[in-house]
Design a protein around this ligand. Structure first.
Ligand code: ZN
Length: 367
């Protein structure tokens, strides 16, 4: 079932019972960043010759079950205090950053699902996951940027690309004078964090299992890599990776997760967030080293970003599309039935790449 035809709960993907409306950008955030009723230009209407859509932030809502919606109320309340603390440049514990990563999963997937409904995207998607089945499910990354600026507002960056349309893995959210850059994808940092990971991943296209990821082989490096991944970022004040294990019922994986061949492994234990089984520690990337933070109460202070390391918002925005292109190009495909992509598939893939590159350029050229 494609999204636009069905008003499904944004959290669980079912027809909502006790239907409510979920603010995809929460109302507290709209209030923190200006008039909640303000009208913004929001993407393009693909059915109307890509005409810009004018939209009130407060109408950026999606259907949700009452029960599903309530499950996230506590997280929203926490995040409100953490975002306010970041704006005051305060130190937060690792647990707050883990909650921020959860929240960014929620917002990123919410934006993805809702844009499809509003913008009449040219290629309909049948989502394999919704918010509840995607929060804290895959490796993830957060980079925090701060600016000297009195400019209030919100920008959602990256959510407008045709790559994001298929692969909602990277986006950014500017909130007043901070910007949160978020990436999440299958085993995206496990290798660098010294966690078990597949040696190869192939996305199956066409046929019955289209969209499924085929995992082969196991890698498990003793050492943590520096840098953790080959992503190029402008220097943030906080840069964190978190690997997330994939549950597996394969009996050779005694640990219960993909690639975990021992029931207990002390090296893995040290790289796991204390009190958790599935969530890895936070791996903090500095310019010259990586620090493992396994204690949720450990303080995470801002790194100094001065002089030539300071980047402009527009260039950070452009880097989000660059990351999307990188992740999109890194995916290996296997066409099952038919065995080759059609001319239309190949052309659309190129269109997606060109579109993201255009958006990146448009940001770079901003005065
Ligand atoms: Zn629901």
């Amino acid at each position: 079932m494609s999204l636009s035809e069905n008003r499904l709960c944004i959290f669980c993907g079912c027809a909502p019972n006790d239907k409510t409306r979920e603010h995809v950008i929460p109302y507290w955030l709209l209030e923190m960043t200006g008039d909640p009723l303000r009208v913004v230009t929001f993407g393009q209407n693909f059915k109307k010759d890509k005409a810009p859509i004018r939209y009130s932030w407060s109408n950026f809502v999606a259907p949700a079950c009452d029960g599903c919606n309530n499950k996230y109320a506590a997280l929203e309340a926490q995040i409100k205090t953490y975002v306010a603390a970041l704006q005051r440049r305060e130190t937060l514990p690792a647990s707050a950053y883990v909650a921020l990563l959860d929240w960014l999963d929620k917002v990123r997937i919410g934006v993805w699902l809702t844009r499809h409904m509003i913008e009449n995207h040219p290629v309909a998607i049948t989502p394999h996951f919704h918010i509840s089945t995607r929060v804290a499910q895959k490796d993830r990354m957060l980079a925090v940027y701060v600016f000297d600026s009195d400019n209030k507002g919100i920008n959602l960056l990256g959510g407008d690309s045709l790559i994001f349309n298929d692969m909602p893995s990277c986006f950014g959210c500017r909130i007043n004078d901070i910007l949160l850059l978020n990436v999440s994808a299958d085993f995206f940092c496990s290798r660098g964090c010294g966690m078990p990971h597949p040696q190869s991943m192939t996305l199956l296209m066409g046929g019955e299992n289209s969209g499924m990821l085929k995992l082969d082989g196991i890698g498990y490096a003793a050492e943590i890599s520096n840098p953790v991944t080959d992503l190029k970022l402008f220097k943030p004040v906080v840069w964190l990776y978190q690997p997330i294990r994939l549950p597996s019922d394969d009996p050779s994986f005694k640990g219960g997760f993909y690639g975990h061949t021992n029931a207990f492994d002390s090296r893995l234990y040290e790289r796991t967030l204390q009190g958790q089984s599935r969530q890895g520690a936070l791996f903090r990337q500095f310019m010259d080293r990586v620090e493992v933070i396994a204690d949720p109460s450990a303080s995470i202070e801002f790194d100094a970003v001065v002089g030539g390391d300071c980047a402009m918002q527009k260039d950070i925005a452009a880097s989000i599309y660059d990351i999307q292109i990188r992740l999109f190009n890194a995916l290996r495909y296997e066409w099952v039935d038919p065995k080759e992509p059609g001319a239309g598939d190949t052309a659309y893939r190129q269109l997606q790449l060109d579109h993201a590159a255009e958006l990146a350029d448009a940001y770079r050229k901003l005065a």
